[in-house]
Design a protein around this ligand. Sequence first.
Ligand SMILES: Cc1cc2nc3c(=O)[nH]c(=O)nc-3n(C[C@H](O)[C@H](O)[C@H](O)COP(=O)(O)OP(=O)(O)OC[C@H]3O[C@@H](n4cnc5c(N)ncnc54)[C@H](O)[C@@H]3O)c2cc1C
Length: 448
Amino acid sequence: MVAVNLIRMSDAPFRLVIVDCQKNRGKGIAYGSYSDRHLLNVPCGKMSAFPDDPDHFLNWTLQQPDYQGIDRSLLAGAFVPRNVYGAYLKDLWHEARMAAQGKKIVLEEVDDQVVDLDKTVNGFALQLVGRPGVHADLCVLATGNQLPVDPRVANMSYASDERYFRNPWCKKAVEHADSSHPVLILGNGLTMVDTVLGLLEHHHKGRIIALSPNGFNILPHRHPGLQYSALSREISATTTLNELVGLFNRHIKQIRRLGISAEPLVDSVRHMSQQLWQQFSLEEKRKFLARIRHLWGVARHRIPLHLHDKLQQLRIDGQLTTIAGRITDINPTDAHLLVRFWDVRAGQSKTLEVSRIINCTGPQTDIDKMEQGVLKNAQTKGLITQDDLKLGIEVCPSTLNVLDSGGQPVPALFTLGNNLKGLFWESTAVNELRSQAKNLAQHLLRGM
Ligand SMILES: Cc1cc2nc3c(=O)[nH]c(=O)nc-3n(C[C@H](O)[C@H](O)[C@H](O)COP(=O)(O)OP(=O)(O)OC[C@H]3O[C@@H](n4cnc5c(N)ncnc54)[C@H](O)[C@@H]3O)c2cc1C
């Protein structure tokens, strides 16, 4: 979307090089799913790629053969497959390519991986795996979602076992699962739901166990359209985390009396979440991550009601079990993977024999824990710095200009999206990405 905006807004020719190591160019992990059962977790009417054209995706979807004739307001509130959004992004890219030709913008799309980055006198030299490097006057790190981190146990041999799937978003993770032992899913959020659906689609008949530190069950979108404003009116630029928790508790008590659960409260401060995160002290952020993050995540990341019903039925049928626990050991044997974990509710150590493990714990953000690659190398050279909580990369908030290890802006190096979680907390959904992409493109064009 940075590239699309650059092309849309530019009125002079320039050269634009996009290097991407994934086949699903433009769709990424999120919108190039192996299954049409994987749905957006945001209604169609709120997924426009352009901040100043809020109905853009809705209008596009209504023109697609599968959705023509569907009631507009119904579709606006519906959760369509993520692959539909992938097709939308492809379409936007196709249009942008055409526009680039008309504007004499030279477009190069390179299928490769950037492994290193060096500062030169007038920009950056990017090193690729399979071909000569690229020189860029301006460089945007739009590296997005990283793979989850492998659980740390004494014997890490499981990590190279073919029954362990670190990448939960690939089809292989759900194909041909052996039903003689349960499948173990690490994590209990939206990717767990996708994985369960993927396993069922691939005819898995055996048990599925989802293990996470708290074992909270994912919630459905129960109150669509319900607007709550009393909480946000009480929040100010000086509200502390403790005060916020106090406010939440008071308001939850009030709405519970009316039979309504906490999710509308969380939704009502969605537009303020970046501001709230930025006004918290480092100590408060640490406290949030340690004590509130999981609860917040459950209330914030919900699934459509019909998917929730399906999961509930799987639980009732005994096919899906959720456990609150922490992995302490994983030992591959010929017949299965032997997993020891601390069962939080039972307060004792237990063992599971599972046929495979699928890691659905979410994208890794800590560069220290990533494999060798462009981010790690750039950090070693002091070109980029992690934030104190290791959630992302330090930038100047107004320009998204990356800060070096001395806290100084690195001219011409920018980042956005997942890499800004430390600064904004909410920085991965389309709601945030579309504004970041547009603002960054505007800023880059001013500097050309
Ligand atoms: C499974 C999933 C579902 C989601 N669903 C929703 C949703 O319903 N609604 C919503 O608002 N948000 C959703 N999100 C969040 C958000 O919209 C996505 O994360 C978004 O796709 C991020 O886009 P991106 O381009 O920043 O990163 P990505 O889509 O991850 O793309 C990054 C690209 O960079 C490439 N890359 C990385 N490193 C290198 C390198 N060194 N060299 C070359 N190429 C490299 C990767 O191959 C990849 O193609 C979802 C996220 C996930 C993971």
